[in-house]
Every structure is written in C-alpha cells, then in structure tokens.
Design a protein around this ligand. Structure first.
Ligand code: LLP
Length: 421
C-alpha cells in the first residue's frame, strides 16, 4: 500500500498534487511519502511483535537525512555498509547502539570510526576482517561486538546480481566453516561474539528460501551454544520483495514473514534483528519526469523523458520493471498505444521500458515511475553531466525539498584545474 493516488483526476502524493511540486522544483525529481515510510516501518513492528527485536533499516536503499531522521525517530536502527553511511546515520540522530555494520570490505578507518562512535555490532564477513577488527579494537582498548555472517548456500530465486547467499557468492563464510571460525573468534582480543548474521539476497518474492536459511541458522545456534559460545542475537538480514508491477505480483507480506520468523527461531531465546530496505522505502517513493518529445520510430514510437538512466538505473542495470503512469489520470476507455520509454542519454541502454502501453502524451506532460523510493536516488550519478535530481518529502498537505537540485556551477566547481594547466 502507498499514498500515491489519483484524486480529482490527477496523481497526488498524500494530499499534494504532483503537478504543484513539479511547478515549484522542476522535473525530474524524487518524491517520498512520509505516511508510506511510516506505515511500512510499522508493518515490520507489527510483524515481529512479541519477539525481542530491532529493525535496522538498510539505508543503502535510501539514505536521505530526512528519511533517516523520520525512521530513526520511529525507533528504527540502521544497517550501514560504509563510513559514509555510518556518518549519515549518526548525523540523522541514530544512536550507535542501534547501528549494525555490514559489508565484505570494512576498512580499519571505518572500524575505528564505528568503535569510537558506538556500534551495536559488526557483521563480520571473513577471517581476515575478523583479525583486523580484533587488532583495531585492541589498539583502541575497546571490545567489538560481532556476529559472523554465514553463507547458507540457499538459492534466493531472485536476480543473480542481488542474490547473496549461494555457494560461491562473495558474502559471508560457508556455514560449514562457522564452528571453526567461532572457535578462533572466541580467542581473539577485542572481540565479543554476540550472535549470527545471514542475508541471502534482495527482492525475494517467496518465503521458502528465507525459511530454509533460517532453519540452518537455528541449527547452527544450537550447535554453537553447545560448543560454549554465547549466541544471544540473530541478524536475519533484509530482502523481502515488493510488487513492482501492480497488476500481477503479490510478494509475501511482512506479517507472513514475521509469522515464519517466529515459527523458526521463536523458541531460541534470542534477540531478532532484521535489515529491511526496499520494503520500507521502495513503494514510498516515485520519480516524476516530464515528456520532452514524442518521436516517431520505425516501429514503436519513443517517449523521450527528461529523466534518464543516471537518475534511475534499475531498468538498465537489472532489466527491472517499474510501472510508469501519467500524472493526469487518463479518461476511462481512452485508447492506449505502445511506446519505448527512454531518457536523453547517449546510449541505447538508457531505456526504461519497451513497448509500454500509455495513453496519448505530449511534450510537457508528466509521468511518474512507481516503486522508485529504494535504490533510486542512492544509485544515481551525474553521467552526461546531468546534475543529481532533487528529492522531496511529502507530509499530508505539505512538502519540503530534502535535497535541492545543484546548479551547473555547483556541479562544475567541485572539479579543480591544476596550476600547470
Ligand atoms: N542487508 C544486507 C546485508 C544487504 O546487502 C541488503 C541489500 C539489505 C540488508 C537490504 O535488502 P532489501 O531489504 O532492500 O532487499 N540495488 C539493487 C538491490 C541491492 C541490494 C543489496 N543488499 C536493486 O536496485 O534492486
């Protein structure tokens, strides 16, 4: 469910017509709904009710300060994967004890930053990382709480680029090696084992791979405890998928997910952590773009937008589908025709959709890409020297620009020319 709906013939974000935002900030822009973000966070709270739980928002999906502040104020923790994300989480007011640090390539500097600023735990992904963390913590005279991320060798049945729990993936350590590595961790200075971590992929549309992985983790919990380790916390990762094509997709709901989690690990007497990103932010955001030209093609006609692959790379990178809807509601029964919907960037990969049915549109008309709140703005770039587009947050009948569009000068002035030129 989201709060982008047609009212009085035009698409609104909560109580605000998108046309009004477009008139003020120009197109293209990202627009987020506070009510949807809040609701999606609360769905996980409801789903895990009864368990000792922490919901750490995977801020790689959307790391705008306003979004982090909103979720942090609701009680969310953060799953961070870089020093930059850690700094953003802290800047938004999230306390260190609610921040978990994931990722295969944490540097000494990032470890020291989190150890001095406060951290709930590091999700350690390899033996070399464990050893370096031990050195860094010991040299600072502190103890690093850790889980070991295990790779359960489960097929997440998602896009290969976002599947992370199969044998051979770069993530975690093979689950069969865990016992030996926990044994080593227990002897290292500056390391305190607190639990186990697993994350098998993103945009999962079936609970079965989660359940298979969590059963393996539950078994490992018992084994490690019998070997004398303290396993008080399970980080079960993120990955729950969202419907991208409204017409035909119905991934499991957080409530179903929560029921499964309770069934599988509910009797282990553990704190449960989850790291959802997409399900919280994905359908809480849209990308609004304007039509520049309608170009006749030798076959399908082209709808040329002012948004491009640098603004939303998911279709080019993963072949991802995003519903694209006109901001002015089409009259009932209006004839639709197929368009290739493209951006202005100079490569054919800059295509958002092929032969997509749309009502008649012309230059200046607005369209909205749905489900663009996760992995949208955060993955954008300035390719073709197109400045990053603004982000707007809507709350009931008000809106605020939460990241302005840079001017060309601001973009250019970040470069400098050495004195010898
Ligand atoms: N935890 C870890 C350790 C992760 O690596 C990820 C996502 C998450 C949590 C959050 O997963 P989510 O709940 O959002 O599915 N750029 C891709 C998605 C990459 C996901 C990477 N890891 C896309 O646009 O589809």
């Amino acid at each position: 469910m989201d709060h982008f709906i047609y009212q009085n013939g035009e698409l609104h974000a909560e109580g605000v017509p998108l046309r009004e935002i477009a008139a003020q900030v120009g197109t293209p822009f990202y627009c987020y709904s506070q009510a949807t973000l809040t609701r999606h966070y609360q769905l996980f709270e409801e789903a895990l009710d009864g368990l000792d739980n922490t919901i750490c928002f995977a801020m790689k999906s959307n790391s705008n300060q306003a979004v982090l502040k909103l979720l942090g104020d609701l009680g969310a923790g953060m799953d961070v994967v870089s020093g930059g994300e850690y700094a953003r989480a802290k800047a938004a007011g999230v306390p260190g004890e609610r921040i978990v640090f994931s990722g295969v390539g944490k540097t000494r500097e990032e470890m020291a930053m989190a150890l001095t600023g406060g951290i709930r735990q590091f999700n350690v992904e390899s033996v070399p990382e464990l050893e370096v963390l031990s050195q860094v913590a010991a040299s600072l005279g502190v103890t690093a709480p850790i889980t070991l991320r295990v790779n359960p060798d489960v097929d997440a049945k998602t896009h290969e680029k976002i599947s992370t729990g199969k044998k051979g993936d770069k993530f975690g350590v093979p689950i069969d090696w865990a016992s030996e590595i926990y044994g080593r961790a227990a002897k290292l200075p500056g390391i305190e084992v607190v639990g186990i971590d697993v994350h098998i992929g993103s945009q999962l549309t079936d609970l079965e791979p989660f359940e298979t992985a969590y059963r393996k983790v539950a078994k490992l919990t018992k084994q490690l405890r019998s070997e004398g380790h303290t396993i008080k916390r399970l980080d079960l990762g993120g990955g729950l998928g969202i419907p991208y094509a409204r017409s035909n997709e119905a991934p499991p709901l957080p409530l179903d997910y929560g029921a499964m989690v309770k069934r599988v690990v509910g009797d282990l007497d553990v704190e449960v952590e989850i790291e959802p990103g997409r399900l919280i932010s994905g359908n809480a955001g849209i990308l609004v773009a304007g039509v520049i030209y309608v170009k006749q093609g030798d076959g399908t006609d082209f709808l040329i937008l002012d948004a491009a692959m640098n603004d939303l790379i998911r279709p080019a990178m993963y072949g991802a589908h995003h519903d694209i809807v006109p901001v002015v509601e089409p009259a009932p029964g209006v004839e639709q025709s197929p368009y290739d919907i493209v951006g202005p960037i100079c490569e054919s990969g800059d295509t958002f959709a092929k032969t997509r049915s749309m009502p008649p549109l012309g230059p200046g008309d607005l369209v909205a890409f749905r489900s663009a709140g996760a992995y949208g703005a955060v993955m954008s770039s300035e390719y073709n020297s197109r400045p990053l587009i603004p982000e707007v947050l809507v709350h009931e009948d008000q809106f605020a620009v939460i990241r302005p569009r840079p001017t060309y000068e601001e973009m250019i002035n970040r470069d400098s020319i050495p004195q010898w030129l």
